[in-house]
Each structure stands twice: as C-alpha cells, then as structure tokens.
Design a protein around this ligand. Structure first.
Ligand SMILES: Nc1ncnc2c1ncn2[C@@H]1O[C@H](COP(=O)(O)OP(=O)(O)O)[C@@H](O)[C@H]1O
Ligand SMILES: Cc1cn([C@H]2C[C@H](O)[C@@H](COP(=O)(O)O)O2)c(=O)[nH]c1=O
Length: 214
C-alpha cells in the first residue's frame, strides 16, 4: 500500500541524509523517483546533506502543483515509482494535499522530510498539514543533542549571537555558523524556554554574578 510519510525532527538530525539514502537504495534497484526541494542551503535545485552528499532536485515554488507535475511526467512517458520532498516545512498546505492525492490516486509512495516547528516552537503550516494527513510520522533515530546533552527537540534562531523569538518564520540558514548574522542552534525544550543557548550558558558559567540554571 503506498504511503505518505513525514520524516520529521529538528534541524541537523539527518533528514536530508536519509532522503538521499532512500533515493540511492531505490534507484540502485531500478526505481525512478521525482526529487523535490525548496530553499536548500546549498542553493536552488539541490538536495544536500551536511555529510557532503547532494543530488539535483526540482525546486518547488508556491505555484507548483505536485499532482499535476507528477501526472505530466507520467503522461510524457516517464516512470514515477516514488516521490521525495525535502524541506517540506516550506511547502504550502494545498501542496501537502496534492502529495496525499499522488499517494491515493496515483498509488505512488511519497517521502517527505522537514522540521516540524519554527524558532518560536510554532508549527510550520506545511508541517501541520503533514501531521494531519500523513500515514506515518517518523522521528529520526539519530538524535541531535542540546549543549546540555539532552535530546534536542527545538530549533533556536540567533541574530548576532543572541537567541530571538520574533521575526519572519522563514529565514534560510544553518547551525554551527558562528560568523553568520542569522544562525540556528538545536536545544532541548528546557533550554529553549529559558533562551539558554550554548554561548549564553558558557557566559553564565564564567560570570561570578549569575546563579547556575541547572
Ligand atoms: N563531519 C561529520 N561526521 C559525521 N557525521 C556528520 C558530520 N557532519 C554532520 N554529520 C551528521 O549529519 C547530520 C546532519 O545531516 P543532514 O542530513 O544535513 O541534517 P538535516 O537535513 O536533518 O538538517 C548530523 O546530525 C550528523 O549526524
Ligand atoms: C527553525 C527554522 C529554520 N528555518 C530554516 C533554516 C534552514 O534553512 C531550514 C532547515 O533546514 P535543515 O535541513 O532541517 O537544517 O529551515 C527557518 O526558515 N525558520 C525557522 O524558524
């Protein structure tokens, strides 16, 4: 039975790596997939992993209709055995409905990959629709860790090194980029709530004026 699967997790937990592995294993067996992404850090039309692997992908815009796109590929004589959509948090809710229709009406497996919540711990609209519609929501086995060693469950945004809780929902960026103006850091819920990034925890530990938080 074909499925709509949502592989979700924080930033930097291996989602794109898994997407590339699924693509590799299927294409090694002669299956043909449509690979989509939106706003990958490495640039337009790329699905990239921090492990250094990347593949070409179809760049999705708001007006791309997944169902029509896959039907067009089939009508043109192509084979579509599966669909992969990375950075699925950036897709619109109607696009997630179109992906569900690809599964149900075309009987094609659809694997989506994305973060569930933004830097304010609010659901991305695309992720919300995936949680509502997916046959399965899978949390990745490799845990990203908070600086305290606990499992990281939340994504923090930093601007000029300070954690922020206001701003645009979408700002493409990366973790572990100390030099960049906007950065991200994965944290456990406790430290996300306290806005305690690794840098702030280090500063607090060094300061004689601040009581330890943990
Ligand atoms: N130098 C490295 N050596 C081993 N593993 C690494 C290295 N750099 C990154 N990784 C692994 O890659 C993961 C990030 O993979 P990626 O697919 O880019 O994440 P996501 O798509 O979820 O943001 C990290 O959690 C880590 O497990
Ligand atoms: C938390 C958060 C993240 N983003 C962006 C930052 C990255 O470009 C992607 C996530 O990519 P990854 O492969 O999962 O690391 O999302 C954003 O725009 N807004 C946010 O709140």
């Amino acid at each position: 039975m074909p499925e709509l699967v949502f592989f979700s997790g924080t930033m930097d937990c291996g989602k794109s790596t898994l997407a590339l592995q699924i693509q590799h294993n299927r294409s090694a067996r002669g299956l043909q997939g449509m690979i989509y992404t939106r706003d990958d850090r490495e640039g337009e039309g790329k699905l990239s992993s921090r492990l250094g692997l990347a593949t070409e992908a179809i760049e999705v815009a708001d007006d791309l209709d997944f169902y029509t796109h896959v039907v067009q590929a089939l009508t043109a004589g192509g084979r579509v055995d599966y669909v992969i959509a990375d950075e699925a948090q950036f897709l619109t809710p109607p696009q997630i409905d179109q992906l569900a229709r690809v599964v149900d009406d075309l009987e094609v497996d659809v694997f989506t990959f994305g973060i569930t919540t933004d830097f304010r711990s609010k659901l991305f609209p695309g992720s919300q629709r995936l949680v509502e519609l997916a046959d399965r929501v899978e949390v990745l086995q490799v845990e990203a860790l908070c600086w305290c060693g606990a499992r990281a469950t939340h994504n923090a945004r930093t601007v000029g090194g300070q954690m922020v809780v206001e701003g645009a929902q979408v700002v493409v960026g990366d973790v572990n980029r100390p030099g960049s103006e906007v950065g991200y850091e994965v944290l456990c819920r406790r430290h996300h709530r306290r806005r305690m990034t690794a840098a702030r925890a280090r500063a607090a530990a060094l300061s004689p004026d601040v009581l330890p938080v943990d």
